[in-house]
Design a protein around this ligand. Structure first.
Ligand SMILES: NC(=O)c1ccc[n+]([C@@H]2O[C@H](COP(=O)([O-])OP(=O)(O)OC[C@H]3O[C@@H](n4cnc5c(N)ncnc54)[C@H](OP(=O)(O)O)[C@@H]3O)[C@@H](O)[C@H]2O)c1
Length: 320
């Protein structure tokens, strides 16, 4: 098939393109940055340059490519997030731009896909930290989302909901929204690369366990996330899918293991009140209250198999 990947040069896109090419697809990869075209060629894609927020530019490159499937992997999350941004993602320029890519960017790609007769649309969403903070530690796609997310997360949550609704309700084709867990592995913020942002904080012991560390996180190795996406390009019913590993785990369990894998000292522990004072409400909720996600639907309906079913294996063998 002819597959158009918007965000082909990003953390997920760069893993996805070679998998699509290996599966026999013809891939057109979109970037906004002309100098990244050679990199996209090296991955096996035909590069096109367009700004995802410019509807005419998007219509033009999609119209010329005539894809059967469009994959939306646009975010604006690279670069270092300041402590202030981490406390208030809603005020950070990264989150604001990512929100525009998830709303306006989605609309432009959907409009272009519809106009060109595409029949499938697969988009990046994010699953962690969004479930209602009631019920068990692990939740499915059918479980309710948090009706009252921390204020600093509201903008992010609204953007994700907009994208999921817009994509999964298209009538001209099949729309799938993939709720990835937290990425780790090569090219992400958690890798052995010296510039990996979150890994750097953990190495400096600036990523403590807050309170009891009972917040349950769902992780996903970037290769497994890309493998699930490549399958979703070919099959799977419209809807939302959690793309996470088999072992959602509380912060108090996974953070010390990750720190050790990164060669760092064990994380510090800070009481909840201090965490709240230093890092704000949102970070405290993430550390103490959030729920993890189940991958049963994605395994069942996509037939997806994980190379790193647990972060325990992934952080020892898969950090790159
Ligand atoms: N689930 C998760 O945990 C999750 C999800 C996403 C990202 N992240 C993390 O965030 C960090 C950065 O992610 P990333 O490497 O994917 O980079 P990114 O900077 O967020 O870019 C992602 C892709 O979107 C494209 N893009 C952004 N704005 C665009 C625009 N206006 N027009 C056209 N294309 C546009 C970029 O193209 P260009 O080639 O022009 O840059 C790139 O291909 C990584 O550490 C990653 O692990 C985590």
């Amino acid at each position: 098939m002819k597959v158009f990947v918007a965000g082909a040069s990003g953390a997920l896109g760069a893993q996805l393109v070679p998998k699509l090419v290996a599966a026999g697809h013809e891939v057109v990869g979109m970037t906004r940055t002309a100098s990244k075209q050679d990199g996209l060629r090296a991955l096996g894609a035909r590069p096109v340059v367009a700004d995802a927020l410019d509807p005419d530019a998007v219509a033009s490159v999609v119209g010329e490519a005539e894809p059967e499937v469009i994959v939306h992997q646009l975010t604006a999350l690279s670069g270092k997030m300041s402590i202030r941004d981490a406390r208030h993602p809603d005020r950070s320029s990264m989150a604001k731009m990512t929100n525009r890519l998830r709303t306006e960017g989605t609309d432009h790609l959907l409009a272009a896909g519809r106009a060109v007769g595409a029949r499938r649309f697969v988009a990046q969403s994010f699953g962690a930290f969004r479930f209602a903070r009631t019920g068990g530690p692990v939740q499915t796609e059918a479980d309710p989302l948090d009706p009252n997310p921390p204020g600093a997360l509201r903008l992010v949550v609204e953007g994700l909901l907009y994208l999921e609704d817009a994509v999964t309700t298209i009538e001209w084709g099949e729309g799938l929204a993939l709720r990835y867990g937290g990425f780790y592995g090569p090219g992400t913020g958690i890798s052995l690369a010296p510039d990996a942002v979150m890994a750097a904080l953990i190495r400096k012991r600036r990523f403590p366990i807050v309170g009891g560390g009972g917040g349950v996180w769902s992780h996903i190795h970037i290769e497994d996330a890309a493998a699930a996406t490549a399958i979703a390009v070919e099959r799977g019913r419209p809807g939302v899918y959690n793309i996470v590993d088999d072992e959602p785990a509380p912060v108090r369990e996974w953070l010390p293991v990750l720190a050790s894998a990164l060669g760092a000292k064990p994380p510090r522990r800070v009481p909840r009140w201090l965490g709240r004072l230093a890092a704000g409400e949102m970070a405290t909720v993430m550390m103490t209250d959030v729920r993890g996600a189940s991958n049963a639907k994605a395994k069942r309906e996509l037939g997806w198999e994980l190379r790193y079913p647990s972060w325990r294996l992934g952080v020892t063998k898969g950090l790159g």
